[in-house]
Each structure stands twice: as structure tokens, then as C-alpha cells.
Design a protein around this ligand. Sequence first.
Ligand SMILES: NC(=O)c1ccc[n+]([C@@H]2O[C@H](COP(=O)([O-])OP(=O)(O)OC[C@H]3O[C@@H](n4cnc5c(N)ncnc54)[C@H](O)[C@@H]3O)[C@@H](O)[C@H]2O)c1
Length: 399
Amino acid sequence: MTNLNAKASIGILGAGTMGSGIAQVAASAGHPTILFDSNPAMLEKSKTELNKTLSRLLEKSKITKEESDTIIQNIRYANSMSEMGSCKLIVEAILEDLSVKQQVVKELEEIVGDECILASNTSSLSITSIAGAARIPSRIIGLHFFNPAPLMPLVEIIPGLATNPDLLPEVKRLMLDWKKSPVFVKDTPGFIVNRVARPYYGESIRIYEERWNDLPEGPTGFATIDWAMKEFGGFRMGPFELMDMIGNDINFTVTETVWKQFFHDPKFKPSLTQKRLVEAKRFGKKSGQGYYNYIQEDKFPEPFRNEHLGKKIKDRVLAMLINEAVDAVYLNVASCEDIDLAMTKGVNYPKGLLKWCDEWGASNVLAVLEDLHREYSEERYRPSVLLRRMAKEKSLFYQ
Ligand SMILES: NC(=O)c1ccc[n+]([C@@H]2O[C@H](COP(=O)([O-])OP(=O)(O)OC[C@H]3O[C@@H](n4cnc5c(N)ncnc54)[C@H](O)[C@@H]3O)[C@@H](O)[C@H]2O)c1
């Protein structure tokens, strides 16, 4: 058993967006932290960016000079992976490619002691499949941070089939020490957040593509859906604004990956609308245009503020989201509490979806889905078995 105390050395592999953020988190918690990237330019960039971030935090008095100095001193930028030999935990945040991740696991096992825990920050690969390449698969675990890692509290902890169960409380304690909100998730596609959130995007695009309940065509259509989800659902960002912020390329890849891993379940089917945007390089904010045009922001379309339509849109998307959360409970992906925590802390939902189900009533959620199922005759709208049971028994997730 390892001892992940505050003095334990932490290794971070990959100094890109996620690796740099996770290194900052570990160093802030007081750990000697070793950061390595196969591209030395990325290490340099990571160092420069961290200095900029810390200067900004200092200016705003969010940290003291002493804290900033400690974080800087705690991070060592390594020239070689072999410098990670004494680490108790290594988190890899490299390229999202199974064979590259498996190769890195093999290389790390040549360097570290048998007690060292090897964690992967993968968003979409199976932890069990990464562990398949390991000499000691019981030490492999998923630690899925969210972007930006220093700001987003959620961390999904994912044991693979072979992971030593004793690691779970130990890693959870460490994440709490790092001031994170850890949740446990079964090794299933998309884990919690990237699975349960899919309908927020997919169902919204579907509504936009259709001739549906007076919804205007074109840009006014998605502006109306964004307005409806914020106005009547209380979401901080509408689905189209959010996809543009995440990047339509990234959002499309996550959807496609989850869909493929679920053996093409129609619930997760990607959309042609989003594919075309990606093909046109309309990635969103980062490319200047996505659903919206960020070069001419004054040309942002006004929504069609029709209350009846807005509430119908909100009910349809929310029913689909709740159905997915309920199905995740039904399939033992995670506990109710962890699913609700993940959606509020990982994607800032205004409320946990299972709590929302209790408030709205399982039978009302079921009625929306059954209407859709009847109208479309598509598997996509099948209600979860658990939702049906709960509606029948009038039971609640929380007493
Ligand atoms: N970006 C996100 O929003 C996000 C969120 C959660 C999880 N993730 C996951 O985190 C991981 C990293 O994503 P990112 O966005 O930080 O990517 P990134 O492209 O910003 O950084 C990846 C870094 O890994 C380095 N690298 C590649 N192969 C390497 C190797 N063999 N050894 C050492 N370094 C290597 C690259 O040089 C690069 O600097 C991926 O698995 C991704 O799925 C990303």
C-alpha cells in the first residue's frame, strides 16, 4: 500500500492544457511535483503560462507571494521520464490514444516502484483497456479532471476491472486534500458527465434540425433553444453557446466516441449538423465562428421569446437528461449522490438531475418521454426501466 501523504511526490505526464493544470493543483497542495512532456517546447510553455497565472492571482490577492513561490518551487520540469522514479502517484495527461497511453504505462513501469499508482486523465478511453498493457494492472486507475483543472472541482475516480479496491479510499482522500469534489464511476463510456450530458447537446440539435412547434429556422432557432434552457431551465449557458465554447470539434468527437463505445445506441447518435460545422472548421469561439458568429458579435440573433414554445423545449431536453441520469443509476454507473454532484460540479448544472426528477415527478418525466417515443417511434426516446418503475411505485431518489 502506498502512502499518499502531503509530502508524496507526484508525477504528471504531459504538459498540455490538462497536465499543466493538474501539476498546479498538486503543487498548490504542497506536493513535490515532477512534470514531463516529450515535447520540451510544451514544458517551456507550461512554465511561462504558470508564471503568468500566478502573477494574475497575486495581483488579485487570490494568493500570497509566499504561496506563489511555494507552488513554483514545488514543480520540477523534468528532462526525462526517468526522473519520476520516486513518485507515489503519476497522472498521465497525454494524447488521447489508447496505444500511446498503453506504451507509456509500460515505460513507466520500468521506472517506478511497484507501489506507485498510475492514473490516467483520459476522457473517453476505458481504464480497463489501458490497464491491459500493464505488468501490474491493479495499480491503474482513472482520475478524470475537468478543464481548467485548478478551477473545476469535480474529479471522476474510475476503477478498472483489475484496479485494487484499496486504492479507492486512498485516492479519494488525496483528492479531498487537493480541495476537489471526487466521485466514483464505473468504467463505462463517458463516465458520468460525458455520458449524462449528451442529450443537452444532441437533443437540442435535434430540435433545431426539425420543423417543430413554431421553432424558427436558422440562427433564430438555436438562439431560441439557448434562451429556453437558460430562462426556464436555469442553465448558465445554452447548449449552442456551450458547444461553441467547448469547441464543436471536441464536442463532436466526444459524442461520436461515446456512441461507438455503446455499440451505436441511437440515444447517443451524433448529428450531421454538428459534423458539417466541424468540416467547415466552424469550431466555435476559438475559430471565430460556430453556431454563432464571434467576429460580428453584433449580429447575434435574437431568440423568439415565446413562453409556450420555450417551456416545451426545456421539458423535452430536461426529460432526456433526467432519463440518462436515471439510466446511469439503473446500470450502477455511480450513486445518485455522485451523479448529482458530478453534474453540478463538473458542468455547473443548476440542480442535480435526480433531485430534479424527484421535484418534477418521475411520472411527469415519463409522460414527456412516452409522448416522444410514441410520436417518433425511435429507440432514442425509450424511457429507462428504472424511470418506469419509479413512476409506477411513486418513489423518490431522495427521501
Ligand atoms: N482538454 C480537456 O478539456 C480535457 C478534459 C479532461 C480530460 N482530458 C484528457 O486529458 C488528456 C490530455 O488532454 P489535453 O487537452 O491536456 O491535451 P494537450 O494536447 O493540451 O496536451 C497533451 C500533451 O501531451 C504531450 N505528450 C504526447 N505524448 C506524450 C508522451 N508519450 N509522453 C509525454 N508527453 C506526451 C504532448 O506533447 C502535449 O503537450 C487527454 O487524455 C484528454 O482526453 C482533456
